[in-house]
Design a protein around this ligand. Structure first.
Ligand code: SAH
Length: 287
């Protein structure tokens, strides 16, 4: 595919604020398609297909391809280029507004895409909410996001994204991608990451909302101890905060960024209990 020729033919000017950096490296394109391990009866959701650099390869191999592209201009170009493929459906929408339940997916879907980087994290969280219909997520993200997705406790990149990714999936960086593989050349290097969604819940929490609230509180002020993060986020008395941590076998002086996923799960379980049980609820304001 000659991107230059397509730009000229359609008098196309990329929109920076929509994260439009198009893949031009043929070798990387090939490696991404290979990593997708496409099968004949696959349903694929492609996020931000752009000119269809990846779509082209996917369409030839998969049964059903749903391409979600926000830019109307690109939707027209995709129709022009791939109108002959009966297995392609193009949706001209913001991916964050697409509810996968409306897509009538017959089977678990592989989600693929070179993401628009200005909304990488919201897209990943949006996908996690729809995890029930997803087999895996194979996405190009900026290098730093790859590091955050796979960071271990205590690492400076360890945060909400790392904990949630580990809760829902097995995340790994497949390979690195130089900024020069895209046009226009972005300011950052990239990497391909694969998140294999757990088919059956590997980790379980009774109250998912409480679990997410605890994680957010723990990382709300990275320099503070876990007990201070909890007390300031939940208007909890310091004594109750310490007791909660003691009951969970977590030293209250630790920082949130050192807690493992298992510890967050245990902590949220104990937290949910004091929230519902009034007799233990000393000094704790229910919201
Ligand atoms: N996959 C293509 C394009 C990557 S650039 C390639 O590799 O060449 C990112 C693409 O995401 C662009 O086509 C951009 O228009 C699209 N995009 C940006 N914001 C979007 C959103 N909210 N929902 C869906 N697509 C979006």
């Amino acid at each position: 595919m000659n991107l230059q020729a397509l730009f000229e033919k359609h008098n196309f000017h990329p929109k920076k604020h929509w994260g439009q950096n198009f893949l031009i490296d043929e070798n990387i394109r090939h490696k991404i398609i290979k990593a997708a391990d496409l099968q004949r009866d696959d349903t694929i959701i492609e996020i931000g297909p752009g000119f269809g650099v990846l779509s082209e390869g996917i369409l030839k191999k998969a049964k059903r391809v749903i391409a979600i592209e926000k830019d109307k201009r690109l939707v027209e170009i995709l129709k022009d280029r791939f109108g002959d493929f009966p297995n392609l459906e193009i949706i001209n929408k913001d991916i964050l507004k697409v509810d996968f339940r409306d897509l009538k997916l017959a089977k678990e879907t592989k989600v693929i895409g070179n993401l628009p980087y200005y909304i990488t994290t919201p897209i990943i969280f949006h996908l996690f909410k729809q995890k029930g219909v997803i087999d895996f997520i194979l996405i190009t993200v900026q290098k730093e996001v790859g590091e955050r997705l796979t960071a271990k406790p205590g690492n400076k990149n360890y945060g909400i994204l790392s904990v949630k990714a580990k809760f829902f999936s097995q995340p790994r960086v497949v390979f690195k991608i130089s900024a020069k593989s895209f046009f226009p050349v972005p300011k950052v290097d990239s990497c391909l990451v694969k998140l294999d969604i757990y088919k059956e819940k590997k980790y379980s929490v009774q109250d998912e909302e409480a679990f997410f609230e605890i994680i957010e509180a723990a990382f709300s002020q990275r320099r503070k101890t876990i007990v201070n993060c909890l007390t300031s986020n939940f208007s909890l008395s310091k004594d109750l905060g310490k007791k909660l941590l003691r009951d969970t076998n977590i030293d209250f002086k630790r920082r949130g960024e050192t807690l493992t996923l298992e510890e967050f799960i245990k902590l949220s379980k104990n937290f949910a209990e004091i929230r519902v049980s009034p007799e233990r609820n000393h000094g704790f304001k229910n919201r």
